[in-house]
Ligand binder design. Sequence first.
Ligand code: ASP
Length: 437
Amino acid sequence: MSDLASDPAPDDGSQKTGGLGGLVRRYWLDVTLWKRILLGLMLGTVLGLVIGEQAMGIKWVGDLFVRLIRMIVTPLVFFSIVSGIAGMGDVKRLGSIGAKTLVMYLALTAVAVSVGLSLGVLFQPGAGMDFVGTTPQVLGAAPTLGEYLMSIVPLNPFAALNEGNIPAIIFFAILIGLGILIIGEPAAPAARLFQIGSDIMLVLVRVIMELAPFGVFALVAWVMGTSGPSTFVHVFLLAVALVLGCAIQTLIVHGGVIRLIARLPVVPFFRDIADAVIVAFSTSSSAAVLPVAMRVAEKNLGVSHTVASTTLPLGTTLSMDGTALYVALLAVFSAQAFGVDMTAAQYLMVGLVCVVVAVGTAPVPSASLFMLAAVLQVIGLSAEQTALVVGFILPFDRILDMTRTVPNATSDLVVAVTVARWEGELDEASYRAKPVE
Ligand code: ASP
């Protein structure tokens, strides 16, 4: 899949660059998106601090942007989860390698979710947070696991789509995906249709993200103007928890799998994957990492072509440990911010939904931000509250995205090495040797 939400293509010189259009192109459109978002963040911070509460006046610009995100959530979640599950058809064709790969990916994602939830509870990044202008939702007694499970089985899936009932939509999407898998070859056109649908949604995501600098500018001015710099404390705690979580997932969990399950030394692994880690960090896109990961796996780590070309493309789209960890962390953050006391059943459901959401998230920058609504509904947050969280976190998302994309990439390489080891498809001498430049 192409990096659909990535930055615009550089000017190839084929277009005239004179006049106002040329200036806009040169000084705006050709500037990488994250730099423009950063500019919005900085200018918004300054404006908010200078004009204070008056920043409420431009909040509508940010609200409009968040509305666009909310508009895309239902179709994006539906299409990406159906196509994610239908894409597992490749697993069936791959037999034992596919099955082992899938089980490992899902298990690692589940561990990542637990790390995210635990750090959220430990760091309490959302405690004491004050969302100005929020109408707290009247939360009844928390539903039991049984009640919750009952509510995700829609009586009418089309009504669920209509209402934007995300847990029910996810459930229905999983069933459609499984249906496509069971029918197999005759359902290939349907699988393709959903894949195209998901690609179209990603094009829309890219267009919406072009407006991010303006949305971020207005939102951050509003946050700073009304809550002041204390907001940074919460963002900082969130960032620390995320960095720590990603470090735990990469170094301890992934390193542990290499040492204890694949029974290989860990130092060559981390030394040899440096290129892939750098690309993940700098592009925030697992899709962009794939070609580098293929090369790293085959040339540096000694994974056979068969295993690399099976496990890595699957992992790019299905396995996102950093993303899973991040959405789990954000769910706990949001619960704290809105004073929701999560029950054990809710933790379990949030965990399950985070795994599914990570499977369905596209391997492009900021993708999981668009999937967050799916998780927040589980803890009973309203669409307005979800919008507040998205608006709050969005200005800072790029740097968090860079961080979480690293474990997204390393999990794929860990699984490639481990499966290759099990299948006798790992050249151990090449794994241990330093990579040739
Ligand atoms: N940027 C992530 C990736 O490409 C996805 C996300 O968490 O937004 O892996």
